[in-house]
Design a protein around this ligand. Structure first.
Ligand code: AMP
Length: 215
């Protein structure tokens, strides 16, 4: 099995596919968005900065994200394969990740681009509901991805919430950020022969099958 990096616009399904791989293959799921959402709960200045940036749809500084990511990688079980969901989001982060992989001697990874257009990503964003406890994501507009009981997490029974950055207005800013900052990362990995493109507009089971073909 390979380590996986997901690069995609907001709401393409990075989290959903990561949950599938974690449950079926025992991957460690590292989502920088989740790390930041946890860090927002600390009662300090950094938490305030993170909250302001995330709620306005902007990227958090590389410095803050890297600090959280490094701490997470230091503590993880290194014998397991991992998924990076939401990192790298710009070329500087991709360069830093190369350095980190060199330090850790990691060469066996694939970068999966989940390809989705603006309209579909917006629709998914507006239907997205998430478990604040176990982080599992659902979509109220999708038959396959709806929770079994409305508003309740199938995994842990907690009440599902709508993320504070999943409004239409914030989505547009996040999508713009993706186009300007993150999209160039695709070419970066294409040049390294690491990039695989999978359409995120297919039925979810077809997406799972395509991803299984890569890992
Ligand atoms: P996500 O959960 O991946 O949709 O990320 C939610 C928000 O967290 C993004 O809109 C950014 O504000 C922030 N974020 C997540 N990952 C990163 C990253 N690698 N660099 C900067 N900001 C990030």
């Amino acid at each position: 099995m390979k380590n996986i990096i997901f690069v995609a616009p907001p709401a393409a399904g990075k989290g959903t596919v990561s949950n599938f791989l974690t449950e079926k293959y025992g991957y460690i799921h590292i989502s920088t968005g989740d790390l930041l959402r946890d860090a927002r709960n600390n009662n300090d200045e950094i938490a305030k900065t993170i909250t302001e940036l995330m709620d306005s749809g902007k990227l958090v500084s590389d410095e803050i994200v890297l600090e959280l990511l490094k701490r997470c990688i230091d503590n993880m079980d290194k014998s397991k394969k991992f998924i990076l969901d939401g990192f790298p989001r710009n070329i500087a982060q991709a360069n830093t990740l190369d350095d980190l992989f060199n330090e850790l001697n990691i060469t066996d990874y694939a970068v999966i681009y989940l390809d989705i257009d603006f309209d579909e990503a917006l629709k998914r964003t507006l239907g997205r509901i998430t478990c604040p406890n176990c982080k599992k994501g659902y979509n109220k507009y999708s038959t396959e991805l709806k929770p079994k009981i409305d508003g309740i997490c199938d995994n842990c029974g907690c009440s599902l919430i709508t993320r504070s950055d999943d409004s239409e207005e914030t989505f547009k800013i996040r999508f713009d950020n993706y186009m300007n900052e993150t999209k160039p990362v695709l070419d970066y990995y294409k040049d390294k022969y690491k990039l695989v493109t999978i359409s995120a507009k297919q039925d979810i089971n077809n997406i799972y099958n395509s991803v299984e073909g890569v890992i």
